[in-house]
Write a protein that binds this ligand. Structure first.
Ligand code: FES
Length: 187
């Protein structure tokens, strides 16, 4: 008789197995969905918003910048100067011997290929980190017609290369790309 009972109990086990498996899968997937539903808002909050991406990588219209002037753009807490050079400023600075400069850099290192008339720099004096003067033609610009810190006497040319004064480094160039002749994107 012992053997017969054992077989009966085994059949019932085998019979219930698919149902047990189904219930297990159902429970697990329901749990997964529930966890997902709870976690998603947090995960989604990590996604950069459209506004956040636009602020991080703004597109700037440079088509309206008059020659010999620069616009100022606030970007990630820094003043970005975008300057349109005159033909004379290009000619005066194109063949400066880099080794003659405190921080050697030739013309092509300061402009993007194909966009020779635009200079994009962080407008902060590399000495005392003040905001420089020189965006407007009427501003004090120093002997190289660039940018100037009238307080510590640091002088930069229109390409943002330091020429004299206590500062030793050229103005920093932010990451940027020209999208076309009238637009550039920072970042
Ligand atoms: S400290 Fe540079 S402009 Fe005054």
């Amino acid at each position: 008789m012992a053997g017969t009972e054992a077989i009966g109990h085994g059949d019932a086990e085998a019979h219930d197995a698919p149902r047990r498996d189904f219930l297990k899968i159902l429970t697990l997937s329901t749990g997964a969905v529930a966890i997902g539903a709870v976690a998603w808002p947090f995960i989604d909050a990590l996604n950069p918003t459209r506004e956040g991406e636009a602020a991080a990588r703004p597109i700037i219209n440079v088509g309206g910048i008059a020659e010999n002037t620069a616009i100022r753009v606030d970007w990630l807490g820094q003043p970005i100067y975008i300057r349109k050079l005159t033909t004379k400023q290009i000619a005066d600075n194109q063949f400066v011997v880099p080794e003659s400069l405190p921080d050697p850099a030739d013309f092509s290192a300061r402009v993007k290929p194909g966009y020779d008339s635009f200079v994009v720099v962080v407008g902060l004096n590399t000495g005392i980190a003040c905001e420089l003067e020189g965006n407007n033609p009427s501003d004090p610009r120093g002997p190289f017609d660039g940018w100037l810190c009238p307080c510590d006497g640091s002088v930069y040319d229109p390409l943002g290369r330091v020429r004299s004064g206590p500062a030793h480094k050229n103005l920093a160039i932010p990451r940027f790309t020209f999208l076309n002749d009238t637009q550039l994107q920072l970042g």
